[in-house]
Design a binder for this molecule. Structure first.
Ligand code: ARG
Length: 722
């Protein structure tokens, strides 16, 4: 062996070892993060577990909020309650405050004073006060109960635990199950309801690249927006009032503009929504071969119908763009998930794991037949699986259906709570929110068109013997050359006879609501038949609910077995909208085609993608001027401004807006997406390809400072230059 070679090998050795030692996969429970501490230290973490989670003094957890019940995450970045999150998380608030006359979605907006901040009704943030393992109490309460009693008993013990813990505190509580009912944690939250929009870049920055670049790296999106939490004068949560004051938080994150390099420690602290990492091969097969293609097909119909209308007027575009973006986001997600489940051979991987499991379980009677039971269960369900997807993604998709069913339930609840003024107020508030959201996204031509096309697809695609009678009746009553036309005729009649579909009539109805009137309305009568419970009774008998109940049982046993099998090893539970920490490193990768990607993108590349007038790749004039004049302020690196970077942290939907934090506890970016090569990540984490896409905090500050001239906001931050 020559000298050079051995030097190279010596140099490589630590690398090889650190590869093995590296975490990256895993969404860890903050309270238990001490178990990961050694590994975190090895990867470059400089603080202590108590700096991350502590219930006796301020810790980083106190700077993290869940937005609106968990759809996104935000982080407090000033001692005046300023919060950073993603642009796509603020999208609804931003677009709802946009009109053709004052179009902050397209033009951007930065409040230059507290007075200019915009209250967002319905938006709230939650701080985690503390969490507690309540597995012993819950397990004790469930001991020996029958299947039939179980649901009620679980609800009772959860309610008792929550009532005991929240009593007199004003906190909200929830009990969540982990590892499919093998562990339970109680969470206490402090909820702030006065949250105001402070700023956002023009969407040509905040959504740069649009759906074309969505879920892909390399990326050039300035995916951030800014909010502020307000409290009563006493610092406690308070309903919106002009007298409220900016929240003085327990903790806020300093911002580092020092920059990132390959291999740096990076962690993401936030609220991942849902993963399905323990899904069996049966579920993978069902998704790739049956259900995912249906989801994509149905979303495609809605997107095309909406886009056509959105192209006709600015008003319609502003009105529909938030919901459009949401549908489009998961339309592309399911395309990618299918492609990568196949491309990465996840089915075979899972089968191999299951074979190994079965070998381990052979001498354990409780687990030995488990994989066979799964197989049988899925075989019985498979003929109905597509139909079920058609219900969720098709029959329930038209906004009038959802609005009708929710309105009915709320009015009924209101009726039941007549004598409880406080409860009635709560319900009225929900009713108002539902009404607004219906009216805000109403668009007759696209709603009708999507409805008729979805129903026609459904009619032709589901097995004939599963068609419910009321659907057959519609098709024969409105007989036409095509099924789509028949449903269009039906829609036209529904729209003209119902008093709750068109905005004018619905507004009049809701001013003077009556359950009696609603229950006779043709739209309600139709919606009722597709409501989940009535529909299942009509078509499936108990096929779907049986599947769910049985699967839940098998999952519980499977996870119990896996916990036993992995005793003493670090194992993390699936995401369930509770606070988690994922840690890893800034890390480059090579795509499946062997193309090597840098860890970072920059402003030069943004300009290279620029397409004037394009709906996805346009840029604001201010950005182009600042670029030409090299106005990079303190945010430049190598003569340009860094835009996005990647880490190997483990995130999913709900994590959007989460802080990306370096080894010193400083904010270096905001997590906002995943990459195409690893779109199967919610079902199986692929170490080689899975990356978290983050907007570099230097790009965020450059936009606020140099393009937005919002010195007021920049001066609130604690910016670390070294
Ligand atoms: N893929 C991102 C996420 O799920 C959302 C990006 C929103 N942008 C869009 N083009 N729809 O967090």
């Amino acid at each position: 062996m020559n000298k050079l070679k051995s030097v190279i090998i010596l140099l490589l050795l630590p690398l090889i070892f650190s590869e093995i030692a590296k975490a990256d996969e895993g969404m860890w429970i903050p309270m238990l993060i001490g178990k990961n501490y050694d590994q975190m230290k090895k990867q470059g973490f400089k603080l202590t577990p108590e700096d991350l989670y502590n219930i006796n003094k301020a810790s980083i957890k106190d700077a993290i909020v869940s937005l609106g019940g968990g759809f996104c995450t935000g982080e407090v970045v000033s001692n005046k309650g300023l919060v950073f999150t993603n642009h796509h998380c603020g999208y609804e608030a931003i677009s709802a405050n946009s009109t053709p006359q004052n179009d902050i979605l397209d033009n951007g907006f930065y409040a230059k004073s507290y007075q200019e901040e915009k209250p967002i009704s319905g938006l709230f943030v939650q701080f985690l006060v503390r969490m507690e393992d309540v597995t012993p109490q819950v397990t004790a309460a469930l001991k020996g109960v029958t299947d039939a009693e179980r649901g009620q008993k679980l609800e009772d013990i959860n309610n008792k635990l929550i009532a005991d813990a929240t009593n007199g505190t004003g906190y909200e509580g929830s009990v969540k199950d982990f590892f499919d009912g093998n562990q339970y944690f109680l969470y206490l939250y402090e909820t702030y309801n006065d949250v105001r929009l402070v700023g956002a870049p023009p969407q040509s920055i905040g959504k740069f690249g649009g759906d074309t670049d969505n879920w892909e790296w390399p990326r050039h999106t300035g995916d951030f927006s800014i909010f502020r939490i307000y409290s009563g004068k006493d610092g406690k949560p308070a309903a919106y009032s002009a007298d409220n004051v900016p929240l003085v938080p327990k903790k806020f994150l300093p911002v580092s503009i020092k920059g990132v390099k390959n291999g740096d420690f990076a962690m993401v602290y936030g609220y991942p929504g849902r993963t399905d990492r323990f899904l069996t091969s049966n579920g993978v097969k069902l998704a790739t071969e049956e259900t995912n293609p249906v989801i994509v097909k149905l979303r495609d119909i809605r997107l095309k119908a909406w886009k056509e209308e959105m192209n006709k007027s600015v008003d319609t575009r502003l009105k529909l763009s938030s919901e459009y973006a949401e549908i489009a986001n998961y339309w592309k997600y399911f395309i990618g998930q299918t492609e990568q489940l196949k491309g990465l051979g996840i089915y075979a991987q899972k089968q191999q794991q299951e074979a190994e499991f079965t070998k381990w379980a052979a001498d354990k009677p409780a687990y030995a037949g488990l994989m066979d039971s799964y197989k049988q269960l899925y075989a019985a369900y498979e003929p109905y699986a597509i139909h079920r997807t058609f219900v969720d993604e098709g029959l329930h998709a038209p906004n009038f259906i959802y609005n009708t069913l929710v309105t009915f339930n709320l009015l009924r609840a209101l009726d039941a709570q007549k004598d409880d003024a406080k409860a009635a107020d709560e319900i009225k508030k929900e009713l108002k929110e539902q009404t607004d959201s219906y009216l805000n996204t109403y668009n007759e031509p696209s709603d009708k068109k999507a409805f008729a096309q979805i129903m026609a697809t459904y009619y032709t695609d589901i097995p004939k013997d599963q068609r419910p009678q009321f659907i057959e009746d519609i098709v024969s009553k409105y007989q036409s050359a095509t099924v789509e036309e028949a449903f269009m005729k039906f829609a036209n009649e529904l729209w003209s006879t119902s008093s709750i579909i068109t905005p004018d009539k619905f507004k009049a109805f809701i001013e003077n609501p009556s359950l009696e009137v609603l229950s006779k309305d043709p739209a309600y009568l139709y919606a009722k038949q597709v409501s989940p419970r009535a529909y299942a009774r009509n078509v499936f008998g108990t096929k779907i609910s049986d599947f769910e109940v049985q699967k839940e049982k098998l999952d519980h046993i499977y996870l119990q077995a896996l916990l036993e099998k992995n005793k003493g090893k670090l194992i993390y539970p699936d995401a369930n909208s509770t606070m988690r920490i994922s840690y890893g490193n800034v890390q480059d990768y090579a795509s499946k085609d062997g193309v090597k990607y840098n860890i970072q993108t920059n402003l030069d590349e943004v300009l290279k993608k620029y397409k004037p007038g394009d709906s996805e790749f346009d840029l604001p004039a201010s950005l182009i001027t600042a670029y030409k004049n090299k106005q990079f302020g303190q945010y430049s690196e190598n003569g340009t401004v860094p835009v996005c970077f990647i880490t190997n942290d483990d995130i999913t939907g709900g994590n959007s807006g989460s802080p990306v934090i370096n080894g010193n506890g400083e904010l270096i970016g905001l997590a906002f997406d995943g990459n195409w090569e690893a779109m199967s990540g919610d079902i199986a984490f692929d170490k080689k390809y899975k990356r978290t896409i983050c907007v570099d905090v230097r790009y965020v500050l450059w936009c606020i400072d140099i393009l937005g001239h919002a010195d007021n906001l920049i001066s609130e931050l604690d910016i670390h230059k070294n």
